[in-house]
Design a protein around this ligand. Structure first.
Ligand SMILES: [Zn+2]
Length: 512
């Protein structure tokens, strides 16, 4: 097995260098390998459904299925599926990863401990694909539904010994030269810090409607205090797909290419909450974002998209309690998140009819009694009681409030997408992606600006180029080792308003 694996790695390295050679030697690179004709991408879009284990994509298929037709319609996930990936972290953390270790693996190709933000088990910085891309003159960006300094985007952009050091991570973004940062997290970017971003040429926006008016990088868009609103409560907003679309538009102005990370961050948060209706709505918006990228890949044949999950969350099961049933009509009928319905029920006198309307079904007398008892104990107990009713009626099961160690799926489209076929480890995904980056930065910026001078993107190029090419070629990852990190971690545990998955907090609060 070890031999097979090292042989595979060798082949991978070889194919990586072949691809890069091809790219270095040709303007429209392609080569024949094992009977196929993969070509090297100029642009890479990495999309992560946080917590999106295989049960989520199956559940999403049935959730979206048209009940009036005989067949079960395919989803974008079914269309793009090519392989699977294991997710286990470094040995010290066992078999079940957290988002930080998984994102470290996906961003650097190296496994680390749970909680690590692109540092190794010795807390030394690991070079990320975004840093490599920057050194090569590519543009980089992130578009996520959590705060932009949350574990996954953080591991692509920076280094820290703990994902809980939110302020340090936010500060360190200043030195990453990232071209587009879109998501939540206003509380971690106080005016003083935003001024520094502006001094570096960033446009800062906080109103989602302003996103339309942005025409060029650099931009830092923070649209919520922490995470963006649940998609189910913000139905027409389509925030992740709009941020994805804008990020593609802005990053594609760099003629040397780009690497973009898109994360459906809140699938995981809903999974931690064991909240099926919220999870499915988050899946739906992530699927919308994937379709935006799929469309872009169709129109830009030089763009590779790789979609995966960092791990599975909640141990979701389609069918529960010994019954061979999963009732999507129940899930589809709920029009708000259970926490929003609970808040509504607490505020309003005629709570029962409000709850019925939001759930899309009439509470049975027993359910009504359960909810009236829960209602007296506050919003959290009420939320849990509502979720329990939805789970029982829809036959949805959960095994944990945390993560599980099952493999995740890999979905691709675009040049070299067959590289990801079959089983791989999450670190292989990163190594394959990094092997597809050009080996050397493109040197001359002047001839490029002259070449297709008529196009719109060429016109904007001169403005964008100097800042990218002024970057030093040497890797200088910055690790901030905080003496306060222990106390900060403790503080994070004691801060319930972060609304983050509690089991993540518990796991990460343990000494690593
Ligand atoms: Zn999680």
């Amino acid at each position: 097995m070890t031999l097979t694996r090292s042989l595979f790695s060798g082949l991978l390295l070889l194919s990586g260098s072949l691809f890069s050679l091809a790219q270095a030697n040709s303007d429209s690179p392609s080569l024949t390998m094992m009977g196929t004709t993969p070509s090297v991408p100029k642009n890479i879009v990495i999309m992560i459904g946080d917590g999106m284990g295989p049960a989520y994509t199956s559940a999403y298929r049935y959730y979206k299925n048209n009940p009036d037709t005989e067949e079960v319609e395919q989803t974008v996930f079914d269309r793009l599926l090519v392989g699977s990936a294991s997710t286990y972290p470094a040995k010290i953390s066992g078999y079940v990863t957290d988002s930080a270790a998984a994102a470290t693996a996906l961003a650097t190709g190296v496994k680390s401990y749970n909680g690590a933000v692109s540092v190794d088990t010795q807390k030394q910085p690991l070079t990320t694909i975004m840093e490599k891309a920057k050194q090569l003159g590519l543009a980089t960006g992130v578009a996520v539904t959590s705060q932009i300094n949350h574990a996954t985007p953080a591991a692509f952009l920076t280094h820290n010994e703990s994902r809980r050091n939110y302020d340090e991570i936010a500060n360190s973004f200043l030195n990453t030269d990232t071209d587009v940062m879109l998501g939540g997290g206003q509380r971690y970017f106080p005016p003083k810090l935003l001024k520094k971003f502006e001094a570096k040429g960033y446009q800062h926006i906080s109103d989602f409607a302003q996103l339309d008016t942005v025409t060029e990088p650099k931009v830092i868009g923070l649209f919520a205090d922490i995470q963006l609103p649940w998609a189910i409560n913000d139905k027409d907003a389509h925030k992740l797909s709009k941020m994805t679309s804008k990020a593609l538009e802005l990053l594609s102005q760099n003629q040397d290419g780009f690497v973009l990370l898109v994360e459906g961050s809140l699938i995981d948060w809903a999974g931690h909450n064991n909240d099926i209706v919220t999870a499915m709505a988050e899946m739906d918006e992530f699927a919308n974002a994937i379709e935006v990228v799929e469309q872009y890949v169709r129109q830009h044949k030089d763009t590779l998209m790789v979609v995966t999950a960092d791990h599975n969350t909640g141990g979701l099961s389609i069918g529960a309690n010994g019954e061979y049933i999963w009732k999507t009509d129940i899930i589809n009928g709920v029009s708000n998140s259970p926490d929003a319905i609970a808040s509504l029920a607490l505020a309003d006198g005629d709570w029962q009819s409000q709850v019925n309307a939001k759930l899309g079904f009439e509470l049975s007398p027993e359910e009504a009694i359960q909810l009236s008892l829960a209602r007296m104990q506050g919003v959290e107990v009420m939320t849990t009681a509502i979720k329990k009713i939805i789970d029982l009626r829809s036959y949805t099961g959960w095994t944990t409030g945390g993560h599980t160690g099952v493999d995740v799926q890999v979905f691709t489209s675009g040049p070299a997408s067959t590289l990801f076929n079959g089983y791989q480890d999450n670190t292989d995904i990163a190594n394959k992606l990094m092997s597809l980056l050009p080996k050397k930065p493109k040197v001359a910026s002047k001839p490029k600006a002259i070449a297709p001078a008529t196009s719109k993107s060429a016109a904007t190029k001169p403005a964008a180029a100097p800042s990218l090419e002024a970057q030093p070629l040497q890797i200088k990852p910055v690790v901030i080792k905080s003496e306060k990190s222990k106390s900060m971690a403790t503080k994070a545990i004691a801060t319930p308003e972060l609304k983050e998955p509690s089991s993540d907090t518990v796991t990460l609060g343990k000494p690593i």
